[in-house]
Design a protein. Structure first.
Length: 220
């Protein structure tokens, strides 16, 4: 039996009430908090950093999954580890030395992962699988919440699933972008086990209703 995890992206939460928002979404059944970091350089948007991670940390017990859309990546990693991140993922194009960056994340006591944009080749994984705890497949181009799911991502999820199975390692396979109750089952069928959803959850008043509906879709 696959363990499925729902990871609400706080990018679509009410930032003026972030502590309450993360508590509410965890009470509604979230397994992970997905934390989108954008730098207005690697992606054309600017969001939140380690101070905000530190501020929400005492409000929830679940893992905080920091998705770094920043370039360069290395110098911000220790700050996020100190701020209470549990998982840190980055885009391979944003690191000059991928193996070193993965090791840096692990040396700071966090799980490490690579993120693949719709165009990013999967071969970046080939020689670093032993240092990977999570693979994140983007089903939108990174930078904004509320975009539509790109169906070609399903093929990449399937490739990643094959690579994980061949490695024999315990690696989370996360999908991020445009995930809703009506496409979550397709992403699971392709092999994903961890589902980021921002606007689908925070855009509705009843977080539990949405998360329950997603779980119902995963159970079919
Ligand atoms: C996009 C971010 C996503 C985004 C997901 O660059 O990485 O995590 O917030 O939001 P939705 O679910 O609205 O596509
Ligand atoms: Zn994300």
């Amino acid at each position: 039996m696959t363990t499925y995890r729902i990871a609400p992206s706080i990018l679509s939460a009410d930032f003026a009430r972030l502590g309450e928002e993360v508590r509410n979404v965890v009470a509604a059944g979230a397994d992970i908090i997905h934390f989108d970091v954008m730098d207005n350089h690697y992606v054309p948007n600017l969001t939140i950093g380690p101070l905000v991670c530190q501020a929400i940390r005492p409000h929830v017990q679940v893992p905080i999954d920091v998705h770094l859309m920043v370039k360069p990546v290395d110098r911000i990693i220790p700050d996020f580890a100190k701020a209470g991140a549990n998982i840190i993922t980055f885009h391979p194009e944003a690191s000059d030395h991928i193996d070193r960056t993965l090791q840096l994340i692990r040396d700071h006591g966090c799980k490490a992962g690579l993120v693949f944009n719709p165009h990013t080749p999967m071969h970046y994984l080939e020689h670093v699988m032993d240092k990977i705890d999570m693979i994140l497949i983007m089903s939108v181009n990174p930078g904004f919440g509320g975009q539509s799911f790109i169906p070609q991502a399903l093929k990449k999820i399937a490739i990643a699933r094959r690579m994980i199975d061949e490695s024999g390692r315990d690696i989370m396979l996360e999908v991020d972008g445009g995930i809703k109750a009506d496409n979550i089952a397709a992403a699971a069928a392709a092999g994903a086990d961890t589902f980021v959803a921002g606007s689908a959850i925070f855009g509705k008043p009843d977080y539990k209703g949405v998360i329950d509906e997603m779980r119902a879709q995963l159970a079919t």
